[in-house]
Design a protein around this ligand. Structure first.
Ligand SMILES: [Mn+2]
Length: 454
């Protein structure tokens, strides 16, 4: 399979190069979409191909009007494969559209480079863009952005490492000397969180005596004779020596079952060309920063950071990152405090207008391990500025997906039967439904999920 996806990426690169036309890049506003845009922008610029960029929250009958009817080729990134009917209804010609996407295709009318054509499940749109870019020129440095997008899209979440053709992409970055792969604790914040805080925040799995207990975390480190500060600042996980990391790892493992420990172990991708102790220093934190930009509807800020800005846009992105984390924490606490309602096969909560609709999916993903892990969670919320339409976000996990859960299928069918719409992946999907049909929509979802796992 691998050879096919590579050779097809070359064919696809030729379509771009041989067109001799201008391009409009249309991409999604999350971390994967922003890194995809950055990869293609850098690639086209290097070849002196003219282009414009456009970010969309989603591609639907409202947002499609933002795409100008001009003589450029519209190159869709991280969206498009699932909306080919919409593109056709909007009368886009076949020769004016190219699609690079990893969402499940609906149709094959337009030329698309889609991972589902090669049974590659764990590659992001940024990974596909990179393969195309690498076929155009020696753009090995862009492997870093490909990894950021993949990690942001949770492609490494099941086994805590990138898989399939993404590994080949990762290797390019390692060979270039810009990516370092570590294989020890795989958790959030290895480059920015002081070690004792990183341990305190570990909550999946919960570690008795350490989670939520800063004092005990500091005590543990002092028992292990690991200094928590150096001359400059608090030390972070990335600063520790191999021996120090091993000491902590064995201290943690004595408090956990083998299975729970496994959840914490895995790979982290460190970017050696970025400043230490910043959120750009590893893939998880870099992608969170991009997601923050997207969720506050400033994807361009994230794009400029990807393209190298470490000044005004970067400062802006740091502020958004801070806000982003605070709002997500609030949402997380709100869900735990209010509790979810369980149906036979799903659980749900309506968060009304308390939180921006752009973050409720993230909250759903984070809170799933704290509620009933066996059922998908669905969050309903208001959309700012929309009176008649409500947002729905669903999250599952790999255990459920193995049982047959496919949220993308369920949400499309359920939402469409009420005149709404949806999209996504089996593990995470979202959509919108008309106000007033929430109850029926949830019952329908419950029914579909029950069918899927039976
Ligand atoms: Mn994506």
């Amino acid at each position: 399979m691998k050879k096919d996806i590579i050779s097809y990426s070359q064919e696809f690169a030729d379509k771009i190069l041989s067109s001799k036309r201008k391009f409009t890049l249309v991409s999604h506003i999350d971390a994967d979409g922003i890194s995809s845009m950055a990869i293609m922008a850098r690639t086209l610029k290097k070849e002196k191909i003219k282009f414009k960029g456009l970010f969309l929250r989603q591609l639907d009958d409202l947002t499609i009007k933002k795409i100008q009817r001009d003589d450029s080729i519209k190159l869709f990134l991280d969206l498009g494969s699932g909306q080919q009917e919409l593109l056709r209804n909007y009368q886009f010609n076949k020769e004016d559209i190219l699609i690079i996407d990893h969402h499940i295709p609906q149709g094959d009318y337009y030329d698309q480079f889609n991972s589902h054509m090669f049974n590659e499940e764990k590659i992001s749109a940024s990974g596909l863009c990179y393969l195309v870019s690498r076929s155009i020129n020696d753009n090995y440095d862009l492997s870093k952005l490909a990894v950021v997008g993949a990690v942001g899209d949770m492609m490494a979440n099941e086994t805590n490492r990138l898989e399939g053709v993404m590994r080949e992409i990762l290797d390019d970055g390692v060979k270039e000397g810009i990516i370092e792969v570590t294989n020890d604790l795989s958790i959030y914040g290895i480059s920015t969180r002081p070690i004792h805080i990183m341990l305190e925040y570990l909550d999946d799995p919960y570690i008795d005596g350490l989670t939520d207990n800063a004092v005990e975390c500091v005590n543990l480190l002092s028992d292990l004779q690991i200094p928590i500060r150096d001359q400059e600042d608090w030390r972070v996980w990335e600063d520790l020596t191999k021996e120090e990391k091993m000491k902590i790892q064995s201290a943690i493992s004595s408090r956990l079952s083998t299975e729970d420990l496994k959840k914490l172990l895995g790979e982290e991708y460190i970017f050696k060309d970025e400043r230490r102790r910043t959120p750009l220093r590893n893939a998880k934190e870099f992608s969170t920063l991009l997601n923050a930009c997207g969720r506050w509807v400033k994807p361009k800020t994230g794009l400029y950071v990807c393209l190298g800005d470490r000044d005004r846009y970067y400062e802006d992105a740091l502020i958004m990152l801070k806000n982003h984390k605070r709002v997500i924490r609030d949402l997380f606490n709100h869900i735990l405090k209010e509790g979810v309602v369980e149906l036979d096969a799903i659980q749900y909560i309506d968060v009304k207008d308390y939180f921006p609709d752009t973050i409720i999916g993230i909250g759903a993903g984070m809170v799933l391990s704290k509620v009933n892990r066996k059922k998908p969670i669905i969050i309903i919320g208001d959309i700012i500025g929309e009176k008649d339409v409500r947002k729905v976000s669903a999250r599952s996990n790999y255990e459920q997906v193995k049982m047959g859960v496919n949220l993308q299928k369920a949400i499309i069918s359920a939402a469409e039967s009420f005149g709404g719409g949806g999209g996504g992946h089996s593990i995470a999907a979202g959509g919108h439904i008309p106000k007033g049909c929430e109850k029926e929509f949830l019952l329908r979802m419950d029914e579909y999920i029950k069918e899927q796992i039976s």
